[in-house]
Design a protein around this ligand. Structure first.
Ligand code: PAF
Length: 277
């Protein structure tokens, strides 16, 4: 399994693949891989394309005081996992390789980038879209896979692909959960055993909300909020009901319930699709 660190080398490898008629499937990650990432890889492999996994902790999407330094970096273990599942190549650039002159030309996410997670993490989505656009240019995929766990990220990437005419199909992959419902996340490893128990309230709140869908939007919010409020160790940053494109929720039909909350020092996000009657 070749591991490319140099963007120019990766770019010429993928250029050769594309000119020889091979399709490329990209799975962008920040490493610290878990079964959620492997679900993306499995779906990518089903396309029978050349599967490239990128591993890059993107400094541009972390603001001052956020967890860039603390973000887990486990390259050797990640490569071992990818060797086991079998991918065609890995792109693992360095920050200076990706941003040789520092951040300069960047992608702006538009109004949705300032809402939900963007309200408290103002640089997150501009930085994320910038690196995803660069990864697309370097690896030249025909299809790319992203987890629904980062639902706002997925919607913004779909928006960028439409607005900037990238000829790439974006596939959203359902969230992988622990048996007790907690969404897999690279940040779960920061939870102490007690916090790990408390964190179950986050998916439980989403499920309680979804069960109240028949009674309308207000009932959904009441039910979800009640679960979160019964855990004083959880600090809710937002709990919002939106339509599936993250516009304002309509009175009936499909909707998405989204939450961001701190358990101790660890910020977790999750979301669930539901139907409003
Ligand atoms: O979801 C992530 O891991 C990152 O935001 C992504 C898409 C790899 C961009 O850095």
């Amino acid at each position: 399994m070749p591991v490319h660190h140099d963007p120019e080398v990766m770019s010429s490898v993928s250029q050769k693949l594309r000119t020889s008629g091979r399709e490329v499937a990209l799975v962008p990650t920040m490493g610290a891989l878990h079964d959620g990432h492997l679900a993306l890889v499995e779906q990518a492999k089903e396309t029978e394309s050349e599967v490239i996994v990128s591993i890059f902790v993107n400094p541009l999407q972390f603001g001052a005081g956020e967890d860039l330094d603390r973000y887990p970096r486990t390259l050797d273990a990640d490569l071992e996992m990818l060797r086991e599942v079998g991918v065609d190549s890995v792109f693992a650039p360095s920050p200076v390789g990706m941003y040789p002159v520092g951040p300069r030309t960047t992608v702006a996410p538009g109004p949705l980038g300032t809402e939900l997670c963007g309200a408290t993490r103002p640089v997150l989505f501009g930085g994320m879209l910038t690196v995803v656009a660069k990864l697309f240019q370097i690896t030249k995929p025909t299809i790319a896979f992203f987890g629904e766990k980062d639902y706002q990220q997925l919607i913004l990437i779909e928006q960028m692909v439409r607005d900037l005419n990238f000829d790439i199909r974006i596939v959203g992959v359902p969230t992988v959960r622990e048996p007790d419902g907690l969404a897999l996340s690279s940040r779960n490893r920061f939870l102490t055993p007690d916090e790990r128990v408390s964190a179950i309230a986050i998916p439980a709140a989403l499920r309680a909300g979804a069960r109240s869908g028949e009674a309308g939007a207000e009932a959904v919010m009441r039910a979800a909020r009640a679960v979160l409020d019964s855990h004083e160790e959880i600090r809710v940053e937002y709990l919002e009901l939106r339509d599936p494109d993250l516009g304002p929720a309509r009175a009936s039909g499909r909707a998405r319930l989204l939450v961001a909350a701190y358990v101790g020092r660890t910020r977790l996000i999750d979301n669930l699709s539901l139907t409003l009657k």
